[in-house]
Ligand binder design. Structure first.
Ligand SMILES: Cc1cn([C@H]2C[C@H](O)[C@@H](COP(=O)(O)OP(=O)(O)O[C@H]3O[C@@H](C)C(=O)[C@@H](O)[C@H]3O)O2)c(=O)[nH]c1=O
Length: 184
């Protein structure tokens, strides 16, 4: 497995070693020991999530104000543009975003610590995303940051109409982000 640092400290891309033969392919999609070595600490995942999105669906940007979820994200089918925003007050990259293409082809996994908001845009006709999280979902702590917040200025590779949930269309602005009500 190759571990690739990103522009945002602690966010990492994990690229598995894929073994191909005449039958197809094999790779370790998760190995506790290698994963802990890659990110430099032990984590316990408590929930696995799986979603399917049509092209143009945009989910996020989500975070939990308490009980933050570390996430390990990968794509089983199709391709997404996966975005993280650094919400860690005091971080040199606070308020900065970055986006990565995760696809069925590249099999890249994105490691996102809890101090980040997360979202993605489905780039293929269908995109199935699977991710492991280290905390349960607490709707009372869940917040959405607006994907088209002009201050964040995320450059989404849009090719047409965007389809968001009503909750995500009503996401908050980064300017209103309450640092005092965010633990990670
Ligand atoms: C997130 C979540 C949702 N749900 C339910 C609530 C709702 O009825 C339905 C769909 O929820 P949402 O619209 O919030 O799903 P979605 O927009 O896909 O939410 C996800 O977005 C990505 C970007 C993330 O990073 C995830 O952590 C998660 O927030 O599923 C659960 O039962 N458990 C969960 O853990």
């Amino acid at each position: 497995m190759q571990v690739i640092d990103t522009e945002l400290a602690d966010v990492k891309i994990l690229e598995p070693k894929v073994f191909k033969d005449e039958r197809g392919f094999f790779f370790e999609s998760f190995n506790q020991l290698k994963f802990a070595q890659a990110i430099g600490r032990d984590v316990v995942f408590v929930q696995d999530n799986h979603s399917r999105s049509s092209k143009g669906v945009l989910r996020g940007l989500h975070y939990q104000t308490a009980r933050p979820q570390d996430k390990l994200v990968r794509v089983l089918r199709g391709e997404v543009f996966d975005v993280v925003v650094d919400l860690r007050h005091g971080s040199p990259t606070w308020g900065r975003w970055e986006g990565h293409l995760l696809s069925e082809q590249n099999k890249r996994q994105l490691w996102i610590p809890g101090g980040f908001a997360h979202g993605f845009l489905a780039m293929s006709e269908d995109a199935e995303v699977a991710y492991k999280v280290t905390e349960y979902w607490y709707p009372e702590h869940e917040r959405t940051l607006l994907w088209r917040d002009p201050d964040l200025a995320i450059v989404w590779p849009l090719t047409g109409q965007v389809l968001c949930s009503p909750k995500d269309e009503l996401g908050g602005l980064f300017a209103d982000f309450d640092v005092s009500n965010f633990s990670y």
